[in-house]
Ligand binder design. Structure first.
Ligand SMILES: [Mn+2]
Length: 400
């Protein structure tokens, strides 16, 4: 006890000397002098101003956005909502995507609205006049998938039907015309969660927009009718079958498209089944043979002017660049290629987007969480930019 008191006393003496030492040191090195020691009595606000988070400080909201519990706080308004869906009990192989929303938010800590301009897009999505809010996570039950699916649908519909924060949004010219009620609805970027979360999302979107075209980035088709051994109705709904169920329920249109497919199949029957569900396949290898531009053109032509939902499974990216996922497949696209394709999709009639299957237990140095968070930034730009910007020539190229 005496020992402890001595230790505390010496710490106290040291702490009281520190400001004086710092003051002395600053003068001798020609730095901006600290305010005199008397000002230690000032408040933070009067001395240092706003409480602006460091990249590594503050509560874990996406990109240091305002965090709001939008499901219970019905006064919370937004144009674009970030919503976590920590659900992973529809996974066929490695579980852990329930920690995806946490990992993506953590990966976004070096992002912020005041530094959101990118050379690629030529704008800052946070400065387009739309209000972007982190609406937290849906508190999904991990013990009962039918209950979990209902919770996700109710949560999504709750946000989708909230009045917009802004009178006019960047997508005002199309969204209201697409919605059955003629009203503009907010857009939600969902952070999965395993891919099953898209079924309740599509159920919710269908009520507002009717059947929707899907742009689906993935290594896998996710259109299978079921897995061996799934004898109950509930067990048919998994992260590899949700599009099949969505088609059964009439939620998606037959102008949907996959991008990045490279998984092993049972045979051509899988492809025929996939076509009957409503998809066209752009394979992983197509990027070498067709290139990014042709892939963008194919996707845009396929979905046309219909309401479009973009779903991106992180396993579309090569496991070398995004290892933290449940069912990795070798030979994937690079993060840069995926980002370039996304940039080519601006101006389509997007009604929502997600990024799923980030399972941080398999990550290294946050590489997957950072990639996913960066793609969410691109989703914001994609939503809030009217037209895809032309490829930008850098100053270095101009000199050559
Ligand atoms: Mn998937």
């Amino acid at each position: 006890m005496v020992h402890e008191r001595l230790r505390l006393a010496s710490l106290f003496v040291l702490a009281s000397l520190l400001p004086a030492l710092a003051h002395h040191g600053s003068g001798s090195h020609g730095q901006i002098p600290l305010k005199p020691i008397e000002s230690i009595g000032e408040t933070w606000l009067s001395k240092y101003g706003q409480q602006i988070d460091q990249p590594f400080s503050g509560p874990l909201a996406f990109s240091h956005l305002t965090y709001s519990r939008c499901l219970e706080d019905e006064s919370a308004q937004f144009d674009v909502a970030i919503l976590g869906m920590p659900f992973d009990t529809g996974t066929s192989y490695r579980p852990g995507a329930r920690f995806g929303p946490y990992a993506i938010r953590s990966g976004s800590r070096r992002q912020r609205g005041s530094r959101g301009y990118t050379l690629a897009w030529g704008n800052n999505p946070y400065e387009q006049g739309s209000k972007i809010l982190d609406c937290g996570d849906v508190p999904i039950i991990p013990f009962d998938n039918s209950l979990a699916l209902d919770q996700m649908e109710v949560a999504y519909s709750t946000l989708l039907n909230r009045p917009l924060a802004s009178n006019e949004t960047s997508w005002a010219d199309t969204s209201a015309a697409l919605a059955k009620d003629g009203v503009e609805h907010p857009r939600v970027i969902s952070l999965g969660g395993d891919h099953t979360i898209v079924l309740p999302i599509l159920r919710s979107l269908h009520k507002v927009y009717g059947p929707i075209s899907v742009i689906h980035f993935d290594a896998h088709l996710d259109t299978w009718a079921g897995y061996p051994g799934t004898v109950t109705e509930q067990s048919r709904i998994t992260h590899g079958t949700f599009f099949y169920i969505a088609n059964e329920e009439g939620l998606i249109s037959n102008t949907s498209v996959h991008a990045g497919i490279r998984c092993k199949l049972a045979g051509l029957g899988d492809v025929q089944n996939d076509e009957s569900v409503g998809f066209q396949i752009i394979s992983g290898e197509d990027i070498d043979d067709l290139g990014v531009t042709a892939i963008i053109d194919t996707i845009r032509k396929r979905v046309g002017n219909s309401p479009v939902y973009l779903s991106l499974d992180i396993d579309v990216i090569d496991p070398g660049l995004a290892p933290a996922t449940g069912t990795p497949e070798a030979g994937g696209w690079t993060t840069r290629e995926v980002k370039r394709i996304i940039r080519g999709l601006a101006g389509l009639n997007f009604v929502g987007a997600d990024i799923v299957e980030v399972a941080p237990a398999y990550d290294h140095a946050e590489v997957t969480g950072i990639a996913a968070a960066d793609i969410v930034h691109d989703f914001l730009s994609m939503f809030l930019t009217q037209e895809s910007p032309a490829p930008r020539r850098s100053p270095v190229k101009d000199e050559l």
